[in-house]
Design a protein around this ligand. Structure first.
Ligand SMILES: O=P(O)(O)OC[C@H]1O[C@H](O)[C@H](O)[C@@H](O)[C@@H]1O
Length: 299
């Protein structure tokens, strides 16, 4: 069966390879597992809460209506990364059998009331529609945000994707040289002039308005593990908590798990997207293992 709906999750299985599967938790519509031929592509903490008690540590949490914490009018009281990742989304069903494709929706009625109510005092009517498509060597997640209100409002969106790597100290992320980033560790904005992003400490950088032609590739010992393509998502956050930060997160296990993960987070976070009444906005991330050629674009 291409689509299996369980009580708290939905499992997609490739028609051509039963060992290629994807699991989406209704809570946060969070992709918690993506296996290609039985090989897990995402990192999920072994202490991740999957019972709805807190946002999932790993997989692909969804960030809306704010990235991080914001002091902007109407966002001050929202917790970090908003409420999409800690609300129970409605499973709408399958839109395609091959490749298996499903949709989840979130609206004010479904949103976590404790958190949603903190967004502009919770009177922004919205509809979120997430579409997840499992191809043989590719995962496509698409979000559509609609303003169903009578007034304009603004938002951030980000796919907070935890990719699995064999060893972060052997891994690189390319195609970011020459791009401007805000480094959340040193609290500075600078142009990244390194040939590639490497990891030997806590890394937390928001790369802003990166041309979509630049595919972010996670490269391990010279082999391309993942290609991350963006549609209508200008920004990319690169995050690894390293030793101390992951040591301080109760739901981050095993404690040396930072060695096996890197977050490549496509989003629109450098400013807010504004939607007028009735307007909608659509964006996608496509993560593929098909292309093994290293893409080197000039600075
Ligand atoms: O712990 P969370 O709320 O899930 O946030 C986890 C991380 O998300 C993003 O990557 C931010 O850039 C980091 O600053 C933050 O630590």
């Amino acid at each position: 069966m291409a689509i299996d709906q369980l009580d708290d999750r939905v499992i997609l299985t490739s028609e051509s390879n039963p060992k290629t599967q994807l699991t989406i938790l209704n809570y946060g519509a969070t992709v918690i597992s993506w296996k290609i031929n039985s090989e897990e592509q995402l990192w999920l903490s072994t202490a991740a809460k999957l019972d709805g008690s807190k946002p999932v540590r790993g997989g692909i949490p969804l960030v809306f209506p704010v990235f991080g914490k914001s002091q902007a009018e109407g966002f001050k009281d929202l917790p970090q990364h908003g409420f999409a990742r800690n609300s129970i989304w409605e499973f709408l069903g399958q839109t395609k059998a091959n490749p298996p494709t499903v949709q989840f929706a979130l609206s004010p009625e479904l949103a976590n009331p404790d958190v949603y109510s903190k967004w502009d005092k919770g009177d922004n009517d919205f509809t979120l529609l997430l579409t997840v498509e499992l191809d043989d060597q590719e995962l496509k997640t698409t979000i559509e945000v609609e303003n169903t209100d009578k007034k304009a409002w603004k938002f951030n969106w980000l796919f907070h994707t935890y990719l699995r790597v064999d060893d972060i100290e052997d891994s690189l992320v390319n195609n970011l040289p020459g791009e401007t980033c805000y480094d959340q560790i040193v609290k500075e904005t600078y142009v990244d002039k390194h040939p590639a992003v490497d990891f030997d400490k806590e890394t937390d950088r928001i790369y802003k308005q990166v041309p979509e032609k630049k595919i972010l590739q996670v490269i391990d010992k010279g082999n391309v593990l993942h290609n991350v393509q963006r549609v209508n998502l200008p920004d990319v956050v690169v995050w690894n908590p390293w030793i101390e930060k992951s040591g301080g997160m109760g739901d981050f296990e095993p404690k040396n798990g930072y060695l096996n993960m890197v977050c490549i987070e496509p989003g629109h976070v450098h400013d807010f997207v504004e939607l007028k009444p009735g307007e909608s906005w659509k964006a996608s991330q496509i993560i593929s293992t098909k292309n093994k050629d290293i893409q080197l674009l000039s600075i």
